[in-house]
Design a protein around this ligand. Structure first.
Ligand SMILES: [Fe+2]
Ligand SMILES: [Fe+2]
Length: 483
């Protein structure tokens, strides 16, 4: 195995960054560690801390075969500091420093900007764990319970990843930020998490699957943009995080797909041909497709807000400074400086949605969001394949990007899912058709009963086609009562 790929498990903190020879940073992390464990016990999964969970742990950063699976109690999970291997002779790929050697340390003038980028990324990681902390109590199967916990421990590790960078490269400022990351709380009135969608509730498993599909995918886009960074340790960190993020989105995509499969099966078994025959579909404990569409509308629109204002000088500065690139910058064929180019930004004007050309540098959030929408649409297409195969006359769609927005150009407009600007009265009358209604919430909540028998699944979701780590259908993914 090449150097830097193997993980050192000897100390308290598994790592491939030579912590054993870096006394200052090792001490900072070891000082931070007890607070992290306290946070995990307070705000991580409620219950289950003694359960044995079949989890994967990184033992290498080699994309092939980096993980090993075993039963682990979550508080004993090996949270570690793992960076993708250094690329020899890597150059900065964009912005004013394009072509210069990538930085191994933070240039003095960029400390503030980088600190902010790392803190915002870091803040989302524990936030999602907090949002999901009660879901274990209503898991539809042991398989799903295990997947939830896998996502949770890896979001915990992502926090470690950002904390390492803060402590190693920003000294005292970084240590202070690392402490703050353990103090904010999702949804807290006085000290909320930094971004809106990470203060929303994840009240049920349908939301969990939509969140991991849509919101973890925002995480993917941000990590892809940061993986392009001229600050090499950040790039390497994000590259390894992306390998874990893929599983989170897999959990979301297959979770929604299994809900659809189950609904299709119930409709077929009971000769229900109208997808809007909600009462009959619900009578069999399945989730009707219109309700699923409303959940999709909610989580998609909340996630779009995470991209920030479409036109942003912060984004322009981060790009120009070589700190945050575009999605797959290294695969794009242009000058990678963007000083003379423009990009189209959607805006409401006189009751219409128009596309304005703006300087490309200031429209980078819009561009990343556009790339996100394309990426998010691919899985929706796969969900619709299931409906098509089942002969069901219903298709899930992404709502228009202007629908239900709280941030950016459309935050003051009402726009329907088809992209028509409407007035407040029309919005109010239709809101229950477009976003989860109180009736949906009551019904979905009523389905949230734990299923903990080995190999069994709740009424509203189909079993997976393949087990985790290729385990068979009767595998005990979580040993609940071990102590
Ligand atoms: Fe993450
Ligand atoms: Fe994630």
């Amino acid at each position: 195995m090449p150097d830097g790929m193997k993980v050192d498990y000897d100390g308290l903190i598994p790592n491939n960054v030579g912590l054993s020879e870096d006394a200052r940073v090792r001490k900072a992390l070891e000082t931070w560690h007890p607070g992290y464990i306290d946070w995990w016990k307070d705000m991580g999964p409620d219950g289950f801390q003694e359960s044995l969970v079949y989890l994967r742990t990184a033992i290498s950063v080699d994309p092939k075969g980096w993980a090993k699976f075993d039963y682990v109690r979550m508080p004993e999970y090996k949270w570690g500091v793992l960076l993708a291997p250094q690329v020899e002779g890597r150059l900065i790929g964009f912005g004013a420093h394009k072509g210069e050697p990538a930085w191994q340390d933070i240039p003095g003038e960029y400390r503030g900007l980088l600190r902010r980028l790392m803190v915002i990324q870091g803040d989302t990681e524990p936030a999602s764990v907090e949002q999901q902390r009660f879901l274990g109590k209503t898991a539809p199967s042991l398989y799903d319970l295990r997947n939830l916990f896998q996502v949770n421990v890896e979001e915990g590790r992502h926090l470690w990843a950002m904390v390492y960078l803060l402590q190693k490269y920003l000294g005292k400022d970084g240590r202070e930020e690392a402490e703050e990351l353990l103090k904010r709380r999702s949804g807290h009135q006085d000290s909320p998490r930094m971004l809106g969608a990470f203060n929303e509730e994840t009240p049920d498993w349908v939301s969990f699957f939509m969140f991991t599909y849509f919101t973890d995918r925002d995480g993917k886009m941000q990590l892809e943009a940061l993986a392009q960074s001229g600050f090499d340790p950040l790039s390497r960190t994000c590259r390894f995080m992306l390998t874990e993020e893929a599983h989170h989105m897999f959990v979301g995509e297959t979770g929604v797909q299994r809900i659809i499969e189950r609904t299709a099966q119930v409709m077929k078994d009971n000769a229900i041909t109208d997808p809007n025959d909600v009462a009959r579909i619900r009578a069999h404990g399945a989730i009707d497709l219109p309700a699923l569409q409303r959940k999709l509308n909610l989580h998609f629109s909340l996630t779009l807000d995470l991209f920030g204002n479409e036109v942003s000088t912060n984004a322009a500065n981060a790009y120009n400074s070589g700190l945050k690139g575009r999605y797959r910058e290294d695969k794009l064929d242009d000058d990678h400086r963007l000083l003379d180019s423009t990009y189209k930004v959607l805006r409401p004007r006189d009751g219409e949605i128009v596309a304005n050309d703006v300087p490309a540098l200031s429209a980078l959030n819009m561009r990343l969001r556009d790339d996100y929408v394309v990426d998010a649409a691919s899985g929706v297409g796969r969900w619709n394949k299931v409906l098509e195969k089942a002969g069901i006359n219903f298709r899930l769609t992404l709502p228009h990007v202007a629908f239900n927005r709280k941030i950016g150009e459309f935050s003051k407009s009402h726009v329907n899912p088809d992209g028509q600007v409407i007035d407040a009265a029309t919005w109010a009358v239709n809101i229950d058709r477009w976003l989860p209604s109180s009736d949906d919430k009551l019904y979905i909540t009523s389905l949230m009963k734990p299923v903990s028998a080995i190999g069994e699944y709740a009424s509203w979701i189909a079993p997976p086609k393949v087990g985790i780590d290729n385990k068979p259908g009767n595998f005990e993914y979580v040993k609940l009562w071990e102590s």
